[in-house]
Write a protein that binds this ligand. Structure first.
Ligand code: GTP
Ligand code: MG
Ligand code: ZN
Length: 307
C-alpha cells in the first residue's frame, strides 16, 4: 500500500497510509535509491510503497533538499522531499546565525530550485542597535528577491509568517536553538513537540529535536527538523558556484570572461560591484567560502568550520 512518510528517526519511519492510518515502518539495510548516495534513502515527504511494515519503494521526488552529512565522506543527507518551500529560521542573537550559514543554505536552495523564505525570529530580544542590524539584513535579502519576515515565536507574534505558510508544504530549518519547534508549537497553539534551552556557555541550542516530522495545518503542512550546524552543500564546479548567488550571477554577465570565478581575473564586473558597494561584502565572502571548498575539494560540511 502507498503512503506518505511523516516522521523519520533515521532507523524507523511513520507512514500515513492512503487509507488514513499511520504505520511504523522500516527499511532493509541494503535499501538504496539509484543515483543518490545519501545516509538516509527515505526522508519525510517521500511517497512510498509499504509491504508488511517494510518500505520497499520510494516514488520519484518532485524535489528534495540535501546537505552534506557530517562525516567527510561523499555522502549526503536528505532533509526532506516534495516540499513547496523552505523557511530558514534565523536569529540576530541568542544564538547568532552567521550570514555565511544563511548564504550557503540559500545557495543550496537555488541549486535544487526550492523556493526559500527567511524568517527572523526572537525579535523581542533585540536592542535598538540590533533592530537596525535586522533591518539591514532584511533589506539585503529583500533586495535579492527573497521574502523575509520578522517574528517572535515565543509571544505568538506570527502574523507575518502565517501568510507565508498557508497552503504550502514548508520545511523548517536553521541552526539549533533558533526556535523552529517553538514556532511550530505556536502555530498550533499547543505543545506538539519539545523545545530546548540555549546553553549559557556557548549561546547555542542543545539539539533538542532529533527527528524530522511533518505536521498538518488546515491547509498545508510543516516539517520540523533537527537543527544543523555547518551547512554543507553539493558538489559544484568552480564556475558554477556563482550561479547560486543571484546578484553575483546577474552581475557576472558583464565579466570579461565567461568562466570568470571573480577572484583575480581582469575585467571582473563582480569584484567591481563589491568595491562600489553594489554587492554586499558578506555575500561575496560567503561566495568565496563556498568557492574555497571546491578548491580544497573536500566537501563543504565539516562540522565546525561554518556555523
Ligand atoms: N526570546 C525568545 N525566545 C525564543 C523565541 N522562540 C524560541 N525561543 C526560545 O529559544 C529556545 C530554543 O527554542 P527551540 O524551539 O527548541 O529551538 P529549535 O530551533 O527547535 O532547536 P533544535 O530543536 O535544537 O534545532 C527555547 O528556550 C525557546 O523558548 C522567541 O521568539 N523569543
Ligand atoms: Mg527543535
Ligand atoms: Zn567576474
Amino acid at each position: 500500500m502507498r503512503g506518505l512518510v511523516i516522521k523519520s528517526t533515521g532507523s524507523s519511519f511513520i507512514v500515513r497510509m492512503d487509507d488514513g492510518t499511520d504505520a511504523e515502518c522500516h527499511i532493509k539495510g541494503n535499501f538504496r535509491i539509484r543515483g543518490i548516495r545519501s545516509t538516509n534513502p527515505v526522508a519525510v515527504g517521500d511517497y512510498v510503497q509499504v509491504e508488511d511494515g517494510w518500505i520497499v519503494e520510494v516514488e520519484d521526488r518532485r524535489n528534495y533538499i540535501i546537505r552534506r552529512s557530517t562525516n567527510l565522506s561523499k555522502e549526503t543527507h536528505i532533509l526532506a522531499a516534495n516540499i513547496d518551500q523552505v523557511a530558514l529560521i534565523v536569529t540576530v542573537k541568542h544564538p547568532e546565525t552567521s550570514t555565511t550559514f544563511i548564504d550557503r543554505f540559500l545557495a543550496t536552495c537555488e541549486a535544487y530550485r526550492v523556493p526559500a523564505v527567511l524568517v527572523f525570529n526572537k525579535i523581542d530580544l533585540l536592542t535598538n542597535e540590533e533592530q537596525n542590524q535586522l533591518s539591514a539584513l532584511r533589506a539585503l535579502y529583500d533586495s535579492l528577491g527573497y521574502t523575509t519576515c520578522a517574528i517572535c515565536a515565543k509571544n505568538g507574534q506570527l502574523a507575518e509568517v502565517r501568510n507565508l505558510l498557508d497552503g504550502q508544504v514548508t520545511l523548517l530549518s536553521g541552526n539549533s536553538g533558533v526556535g523552529k519547534s517553538t514556532l511550530l508549537n505556536a502555530l498550533f497553539g499547543k505543545e506538539m513537540t519539545r523545545t530546548g534551552k540555549i546553553s549559557d556557555a556557548h549561546d547555542k541550542g542543545m539539539h533538542t529535536t532529533t527527528f524530522s516530522e511533518m505536521y498538518f495545518l488546515s491547509k498545508g503542512a510543516i516539517i520540523d527538523t533537527p537543527g544543523i550546524k555547518g551547512f554543507g552543500s553539493i558538489d559544484m564546479q568552480r564556475e558554477e558556484v556563482g550561479h547560486y548567488f543571484r546578484e553575483i550571477f546577474q552581475t557576472s554577465q558583464d565579466c570579461r570572461f565567461g568562466n570568470c570565478t571573480h577572484t583575480n581575473e581582469p575585467g571582473c564586473a563582480v569584484q567591481e560591484a563589491v568595491i562600489k558597494g553594489e554587492i554586499a561584502e558578506s555575500r561575496f565572502e560567503s561566495y568565496l567560502s563556498v568557492l574555497g571548498d571546491c578548491e580544497e575539494n573536500k566537501g563543504f560540511g565539516t562540522e565546525n568550520k561554518y556555523r
